[in-house]
Design a protein around this ligand. Structure first.
Ligand SMILES: [Zn+2]
Length: 432
């Protein structure tokens, strides 16, 4: 596979192995039976994209074929923009409930993360937001930079270094001999001032944005969901203000994202003006209204919950996981009715990298039309990552991040699990 891949890359673009973006002079025409018009929620047939260097020059049913252009005929497939996953963990692999973050060194985890980045790219995910390196500090910045310089293949990345959490909070290493001083997978901060201090250290280390644990641990009993909040609204507002000072305004991809499963933490985070509410099992009417007003995205992360239920240690735990997912599915419908904007984030890492298109299927299963799921993934995902107007559509001037899937994703969303062609920045990484 590796030899073949590099052969394709070198053959198409005459570039050194792994180069990040195609040469300006290189012109490619992609042709397929169909192409997805994301905004219109419709299929164009046939579909063609003229790629010049790392950008799309023009896309439509028919494009000009300049002399010397290389034509790649993808046959009976649908061209669509590279997918976007706004909640991943490159530094986790299956078995997240084990001690991998304690037992594996940061260098070892970084090499594994490089493999994860490749697996996600090959599955058609050309842009991602990594929601915490889980104890690997700013090693994620090294992975992002290695991708950007062409050293390793991977999606365009937004990185956060570690998440931020309370002492004894949701992500702390609780349940160990205190004398062993087992570290949290997150950076500690116990006040607004401490959050700001940690943010400054992380941004110095190269972080793009900030991830904060705002709720947990959750309990779900007799159909009632409960989760304690971690930071007050004022503490989160201090974080948002600091992110803004550092250039983290709306749509910059440099703001604050929270792990927040329910009230009152979800409400505090929305009032503080975070960029996204990740997990979002339960939102009050007021919180849903505010999210619609402020265009704060909910990221439901159904795929991870399904995986944990399917791989639970006991039948009781599996049943508990399924009941909680069913509860979330009901709340999700209320959120859709209330007009809460959605983005697609799978929380991949604890389940195998490259399999996260399952999240799109689940969003359809729980009530969204395929076109709406693709718009949430591609349009909202691009905005959330600060790449609005640059990725998420097949449009002149956008980065040439293009994938091909069999069939029609508007009729059968599961085709997003069968990506057979991947181009990122005009470079072909996969061609089946
Ligand atoms: Zn996560």
């Amino acid at each position: 596979m590796k030899t073949f891949l590099f052969g394709v890359m070198a053959g198409l673009c005459a570039l050194p192995v792994g180069a990040q973006s195609a040469e300006r002079s290189h012109v490619v025409v992609l042709h397929a039976a169909r192409m997805l018009d994301v905004v219109g929620g419709r299929i164009v047939a046939p579909g063609e994209v003229l790629v010049q260097g790392d950008r799309i020059a023009v896309a439509g049913a028919h494009v000009d074929r300049p002399a010397g252009a290389e034509v790649i005929d993808l046959g009976d497939t649908t061209l669509m923009p590279g997918m976007i996953d706004v909640h991943v963990h490159l530094f986790l692999h299956p078995g997240a409930e084990d001690l991998q973050t304690v037992q594996e060194s940061v260098p070892e985890r970084t090499l594994i993360a490089a493999g994860a980045a490749k697996a996600d790219l090959m599955a058609g995910f050309t842009a991602e937001r990594d929601m915490g390196s889980e104890g690997a500090g700013c090693a994620d910045v090294a992975v992002r930079n290695a991708i950007n310089t062409g050293l390793i293949p991977g999606p365009r990345m937004r990185m956060s270094c570690n998440a931020i959490d309370l002492t004894g909070g949701h992500e702390d290493a609780i349940g160990y001999n205190p004398a062993q001083k087992v570290l949290s997978n997150a950076d500690y901060a116990d006040s607004g001032d401490e959050i700001v201090k940690v943010m400054r250290e992380q941004r110095k280390g190269g972080a793009d944005f900030t991830k904060i644990y705002e709720t947990g641990r959750d309990s779900f009993r007799d159909g009632v969901f409960n989760t304690p909040y971690q930071y007050t609204e004022a503490e989160l507002a201090a974080a948002v203000k600091e992110a803004e000072r550092l250039g983290g305004g709306v749509g910059s991809g440099r703001g604050v994202a929270v792990h927040a499963t329910g009230e009152p933490g979800t409400g505090y985070a929305v009032a503080a003006g975070v960029a996204s509410i990740d997990h979002a099992y339960q939102l009050s009417e007021a919180t849903m209204r505010a999210m619609k007003e402020k265009q704060i995205y909910a990221v439901p992360t159904f795929a991870i919950a399904e995986y944990f239920a399917d791989h639970a240690a006991t039948p009781e735990r599996a049943a508990h996981g399924r009941a909680e997912q069913a509860y979330h599915a009901v709340e999700f419908k209320k959120q859709l009715t209330a007009g809460v904007p959605m983005a697609m984030g799978s929380d991949v890492g604890p389940f195998p990298h490259g399999t996260q298109a399952r999240e799109l299927e689940l969003m359809v299963e729980y009530g969204m039309k395929p076109a709406a799921v693709l718009q949430a993934d591609l349009l909202n995902g691009a905005k959330l990552l600060g790449w609005g107007g640059q990725i998420g559509e097949l449009k002149a001037g956008y980065f040439a991040d293009v994938i091909a899937v069999p069939g029609n994703p508007l009729e059968d969303i599961s085709v997003t699990k069968k990506v057979g062609f991947v181009m990122k920045g005009g470079v072909v990484y996969r061609r089946n």
